[in-house]
Design a protein around this ligand. Sequence first.
Ligand SMILES: [Zn+2]
Length: 98
Amino acid sequence: MFALASLRAVSPTRYRCGGCGNVTRFDVVATRRTRAFHHYTIGGDLEVEDVEVLDERVEQVTCRWCGASGDTISIEPGAVEPDPIEPGPVDAEAVEPT
Ligand SMILES: [Zn+2]
């Protein structure tokens, strides 16, 4: 009846537990705001396609091994993609007058 065909753009954030060193098993509580194409068949079956995450807030991350959460869980450095460079005005001196 319900098939989540693809959930793309899920945050690639990786975590590390400072308590036990776990980097692979976490319970993540998050709020996601998504836009998706709901594709129904004539029979009423739904297939959700083209899920786009518009906003995501991670509320709590808990280690599955030792149960630690909060400040004990750190985000793995280098795992988070750098902010995209805004194509806005650069240094005023570098802009050639047209
Ligand atoms: Zn842990």
